[in-house]
Design a protein around this ligand. Structure first.
Ligand code: ATP
Ligand code: MG
Length: 452
């Protein structure tokens, strides 16, 4: 990034000129700021917390920037752990709360002829130089994320015009948007995340940069993409996020299998959208959400299509879902690495879709006890309420089954038994007839030799 002389000039908003009040900053963060200040160091609240406080939102976590080195920070706090290899950070623990304290970061080594700091295509692989407050501001991603709340005089320090952008609800990349998206392609996903969360507009250079650089997300390690995708979908505004990803052609960079499926089955978006809305609602109600559910619904379309193919090749429905699930998950792993502990729950949700159909004998009583029953049931309802309305009856049956007494549950099962017995006779006749129909069409359909 070019170093302009005016980059050392900041606009200072004094305590009366902004709306951040110490009352809205959490206790641990204030303690950290004060202790650093009293020890003679500079101490600022920075990043998402300042942005959110000014917008009147609740900060998710608190980041502190200081001129103290990580070792100096460690000396000040007993509850402090140093983490990170690329850039050392201090984590100060207060119960479950962690305040992250980072030493001002300087400019990374100049891209061009430095093999150490960046790869040939301009991606930064290492930046670990301490710097000044001004340098720290300019290397941040978006102007609205580069505001500093100074505990020394309660002012807000703004080097990059972030305050004005906040007012305009505008997301602007600091510096040359194109270069910054090359340096770290994840910034494009961060752009999606903040635009979704804050309902901000992209500044036009940022739009151009995303359009030009979106393919570079390919180069991001799949483990980092996993973390980013979780933040993108589990911040309570996934419904907006999914549409931004589609609009800016980033979905293909994350979920190529899903993107491909949507191309041929556009109605699948209704299911994704409902699942996202459901996730957002759960987060708003502070109910737990799991990454397993996210991957289960994003990949459901392509996975179930493949399972149907397997099924028509003589596999049982559950076996087909297992095989198709394995195949689609390993395809997905090329882009986003899904940790092992989530892969089994994902496949359980999928095979659960077939299990919920089988209500013979005492199975419903057994199924309802299974650890992933609830997730599979929620998933079934999403299908029923979007693209597979034929499942509504089944969904309603399970809803009722969970709501009634054991005695009534038994009655429900008996009733089911009676109905299915009556139906089966009729059905069997019908299905033999269908089979004949299918055979007939196949034998005349020479365009599909695999069927013969
Ligand atoms: P959230 O509310 O989700 O925590 P945040 O803005 O605090 O949002 P973090 O991921 O916690 O986001 O990062 C803290 C700050 O670090 C950001 O506000 C930004 O200033 C800086 N930052 C984080 N990631 C990058 C990046 N890839 N490139 C440049 N700056 C970054
Ligand atoms: Mg943060």
């Amino acid at each position: 990034m070019m170093h302009h002389p005016d980059q050392n000039d900041a606009t200072i908003y004094t305590r009366g000129e902004h709306n951040i009040s110490r009352e809205n900053i959490n206790e641990p963060a204030l303690k950290v700021l004060y202790r650093l200040h009293k020890a003679g160091y500079q101490a600022f609240l920075v990043g998402g917390a300042v942005r959110d406080l000014i917008l009147g939102l609740h900060p998710k976590d608190y980041d502190v920037a200081t001129d103290a080195t990580p070792e100096q920070v460690k000396d000040l706090f007993r509850n402090c752990r140093l983490i990170g290899r690329r850039f050392r950070l201090a984590h100060i623990h207060y119960g479950r709360e962690i305040i992250e304290v980072a030493t001002f970061r300087g400019h990374h080594a100049q891209a061009e002829d430095d093999d150490e700091g960046s790869t040939r295509d301009g991606m930064i692989v290492r930046d670990n130089v301490f710097g000044t407050l001004a340098e720290d501001a300019w290397r941040r991603d978006f102007s609205v994320n580069a505001l500093y709340y100074n505990i020394a005089d309660f002012s807000v320090v703004d080097y990059t015009g972030g305050m004005e952008d906040l007012k305009q609800h505008r997301l602007r990349m600091i510096g040359d948007a194109n270069v910054r998206c090359q340096e770290d392609p994840v910034r494009m996903l961060r752009a999606m995340r903040f635009a979704a969360k804050l309902d901000f507009e992209f500044e036009s250079d940022l739009v151009t940069a995303i359009v030009d650089q979106h393919h570079r997300i390919e180069a991001v390690p799949p483990a980092r993409l996993f973390e980013e995708v979780l933040k993108l979908f589990m911040s309570g505004t996934s419904q907006r996020a999914i549409h931004l990803l589609i609009q800016y052609k980033l979905l293909a960079q994350l979920f190529a299998v899903t993107q491909h499926h949507l191309y041929h089955h556009p109605e699948f978006i209704d299911f994704i959208e409902l699942a996202c809305r459901n996730t957002d609602q759960r987060i708003a109600e502070e109910k737990p959400v799991t990454p397993a559910f996210l991957f289960a619904f994003m990949l459901w379309g392509p996975m179930s299509l493949r399972a149907k193919e397997f099924e028509s090749n003589d596999m049982s429905p559950i076996q087909a879902l297992q095989e198709a699930g394995r195949a689609v998950l390993s395809q997905q792993a090329a882009q986003i690495s899904i940790p092992k502990r989530f892969r089994l729950p994902i496949r359980d949700i999928w095979t659960g879709q077939a299990r919920l159909r089988n209500r013979r004998g005492r199975r419903p009583f057994w199924l309802i006890q299974q650890p992933r029953f609830r997730a599979a049931y929620d998933f079934l309802l999403l299908r029923a309420n979007s693209i597979e309305p034929q499942l509504k009856e089944l969904g309603e049956w399970w809803t009722q089954f969970q709501a009634v007494s054991e005695k009534e549950q038994k009655q429900m099962c008996q009733e089911l038994h009676r109905v299915s017995h009556g139906q089966k006779k009729r059905k069997r006749k019908k299905s033999t007839q269908n089979k004949q129909d299918v055979n007939r069409t196949n034998s005349t359909d020479s365009s599909n030799p695999s069927d013969q």
